[in-house]
Design a protein around this ligand. Sequence first.
Ligand code: ATP
Length: 219
Amino acid sequence: MANRKDDILLIGLGRFGQALAQTLTGLGHDVLAIDSDPKVCQACSGDLAHVVTADATSPEALRQVGADQFRSAVVAIGNDIQASIMATFSLVDLGIPRIWAKAITSQHGAILQRVGAHRVVFPERDMGVRVAHTMIGRTIDYVELDDEFVLIETTVPRELAGKSIAAAQVRQRFEVTVLCVKRPGGKFTYATQDTVLNLGDLVVVFGATRKAEAFAALL
Ligand code: ATP
């Protein structure tokens, strides 16, 4: 881990932290994972190359493991709000330029932001929103891009089946854009105005939340 530019410092190896660490490692990034519990570190050391036992609430302990060399860090401590805030504050103190932090409540998130986290994520809340949407209508997956825009994976509504995107006037009538289509057994391909929508196809649509939700609620 000579050049730390693309490396990521991860604090807290709970379920969220472990999933992050493994995914980032899979994406080709070196991850230095820190957890205060030696048993947790021991359990993760088979899957992760760099695991260190340290108390991340202490800037001195963080400095000792070279945390100040990183440009990106994530605090994945949730339940222990004091530890989450103190660890975030320690990273700010070390001058790390990009700090993500996980929050479990909106108050927790507001404090993390005030302390200096650059990006606060709410995994439980966001997953609850996402799952709720997949339980309604024809929505298979739902990704909120910001407060007003979403990507929805859904099936083709019956009233559009057999029509091209142009003929169905998807943009004009529903004010959403069909980005890609997947035939049964196939893979997603980019949609064009000539793409014909068939019953059983999956589509990914992008649009303002209300419009995209209305599209996914069509019969
Ligand atoms: P998840 O939901 O992701 O499983 P959680 O929200 O339950 O996690 P916590 O249990 O609060 O999160 O913490 C996650 C991890 O952070 C634990 O493995 C814990 O040992 C570690 N941790 C807690 N405090 C510190 C600290 N001061 N320094 C380093 N690691 C810590």
